[in-house]
Every structure is written in C-alpha cells, then in structure tokens.
Design a protein around this ligand. Structure first.
Ligand code: ZN
Length: 336
C-alpha cells in the first residue's frame, strides 16, 4: 500500500506513480487549498522516487530506501516545512540546505528529493531557488506545495509542472473522516463532511470537535463511577479509556476539570442555573446527592492532581504512568 493508502485524488496518484517509475527529474508544484492533503501526496511521491522498486501504486515499502524513508533517516530527502521559530523560512536556510545540496548527487537512493512548502517561503527565498528549479541535476526532483499560488512568483510557476488537486467527493470525505475517527457515529460523520467545504482537513477538525464531546461523556462516566470503584477498575478499565484518548490529553484534563467544577457549583449552589455539562445535569446532580462525603476541599485536591498531570505531560512524561497516578489520586479523594 503506497498511494492507495491515500483516499481520493485518483488521477493524480496514477500520474505521480508513473512519473516516479519513469524517474523524471524536474520540479512539480502540488496546489490546492489548505487541508486538502498536498503534503501527504508530496511525501508519498518522494518515497516512490526514492524506492528501488516502485510500481503502479508507488513505493514498494520494503526495500532499504523505503525503510530509510519511513524512519526519516535518509539524507536524500530534505523537507522544508513551517519553521518552528519564525513565521517564514529564512533565505540562508534555503541557500544552505536546498540550493547547495541540490548540486550534490544522492547518497543512497537513485533520486534525491526536496519537499518544500511554499506557504512559508517569501520572495527572497523563492528567488534563491530559481536557478536550482530551472536546471536541476537529472537525479534531483523538487516537490513543491502551495495552498495559494498567487503568493508564488511567476518566475517560479513558469519553471514547475503544476498539479492541481481535484475536489473530493462526499464518499471520499466520509472515508477519510471514518479512518480517523472509527467510533464516531454516522450522523456526525455526515455533518462533518457536509460542513467541510469539501476540504478533508476541515472535515477532520469538525469531527475532532464532535469526538471532543464524546471524550467528555466518557470522562464523566468514569468520574461518576469513581467513588464505588476499585483499584483494579482504575488501573485496568479507566486507564485504558484514557490511553485511547492519549492524543487529546488536554481534552481529557479539561473534561475532568469541568466535571469537578460542576460538582463544586452544585455543592455550593444546588439550584445553580447552568452547568458546564448541562446535558448531563441529572447524572451529576445525582452524583453529588449520593456522595455527601465529597467536599469542595476534596474537589480542590482533585483539581491539583489534574494540573499535575498536565505539567508532567508538558515535560514528556510517560502518558500511562501519569494518567494512572492522576486517576489514583482522584480516587483517593472521591472514594466512599
Ligand atoms: Zn521501496
């Protein structure tokens, strides 16, 4: 599975796989709005160009060049994406890492590739690239991407083969959302697709917001069960749920904090008008009513445990260990 792992863009994938097999040199510009998967296609094209045995679906995935590519250890691929410290890529970076390098032959693969996101290249950097784009070595390929070619110099555009991404169909968008959020229900998937403007990145972020709601629901269930739970429940079941949402640690933390805040409100003002989890009001009211031993002081210590969890993740502590420590601390406060 190479190009076929990418949903949509059928014609473009066929074309790029053929170009890779032909080992044509030169410069390509993949263009299309933000969130349409240009980078995914650029990466796969680059891999196909490096591969020693690429076929109609692109890279073979098993040769040593493919392995180097997957482990990001190959010296024959240079990626210029958004810089971490500045808004735009510095021209000196382009001169040293792209222009100078593009005159040298590849070290391992038959083709050397440069993947460059032109959204982060100013006029000076683009100008610095002109000569390299015009006469690349025969074993060098530039794969450029742009979400707005109006910001790309005409002199660049005249030197590249532009490949415009095709619009995605509803079926393709649904498949993309489903692959990212396998547990999201059909109605939410369709609504994310409907509101996405046919842009996969937008559909994914809409679906993510919806799945945020479901994380909150799961967390509320865990918190409600907490006073009656055993260590085994926590270490096996609850930790497993949290690990499933590992990539959304901030949503986990904020969900717990919102639940604790709701309990505090209900303890202090039983008639309080609006809860963070208004849709789950009845369950939380019931939780507070049957757990009279839970005081605001205890809730405060739970909040402290959540903040500690967030601080630990900030310094890259192990997720599972940190999450279980937090849950055990909360259990200590809330148990009957
Ligand atoms: Zn390969």
């Amino acid at each position: 599975m190479a190009f076929s792992r990418i949903t949509g863009q059928k014609q473009i994938k066929i074309r790029l796989a053929a170009e890779a097999k032909r080992r044509g040199s030169g410069a390509y510009m993949l263009s299309g709005p933000e969130g349409t998967g240009k980078r995914l296609l650029a990466e796969e094209f680059s891999k196909a160009l490096m591969c020693s045995d690429s076929g109609p679906d692109g890279a073979c995935g098993v040769c040593s060049n493919c392995k180097y590519f997957d482990s990001f250890t190959t010296p024959d691929v240079t990626r210029v994406y958004e810089p971490s410290d500045t808004k735009m890529v510095k021209v000196d970076f382009i001169k040293d890492n792209v222009v100078a390098e593009s005159y040298l032959k590849p070290q391992f693969a038959r083709t050397k590739t440069f993947i460059i996101d032109f959204d982060y290249l100013g006029v000076e950097s683009q100008n610095a690239l002109l000569k390299s784009l015009e006469e690349p070595r025969k074993d060098v390929v530039f794969i450029l991407t742009s979400s707005n070619t109006d910001t790309v110099l005409d002199t660049v555009m005249s030197r590249v083969t532009e490949i415009k991404l095709d619009p995605y169909t509803d079926d393709e968008l649904e498949a993309i959302v489903k692959a990212n959020f396998p547990d999201l229900d059909e109605a939410k998937i369709r609504s994310a697709v409907y509101n996405s403007g046919r842009i996969p990145g937008k559909a994914i972020s809409l679906a993510k917001e919806d799945s945020g709601v479901s994380i909150r629901h799961e967390i509320n269930s865990i918190m409600i069960a907490m006073p009656e739970s055993s260590y085994i429940d926590i270490l096996e079941d609850f930790c497993e749920v949290l690990t499933g949402f590992k990539d959304d640690a901030k949503i986990i933390a904020s969900s717990i904090l919102l639940f604790l805040d709701d309990c505090g409100r209900l303890i202090n003002y039983p008639d309080c008008r609006k809860l963070n989890n208004e849709t789950e009001r009845e369950a939380i009211e019931n939780f507070v009513a049957v757990n009279k031993h839970i005081t605001t002081l205890k809730l405060g210590r739970c909040t402290e445990a959540v903040n500690k969890f967030l601080r630990a993740l900030d310094v890259n502590a192990n997720f599972d260990a940190t999450a279980s420590a937090m849950l055990l601390r909360i259990h200590e406060e809330l148990k009957k």
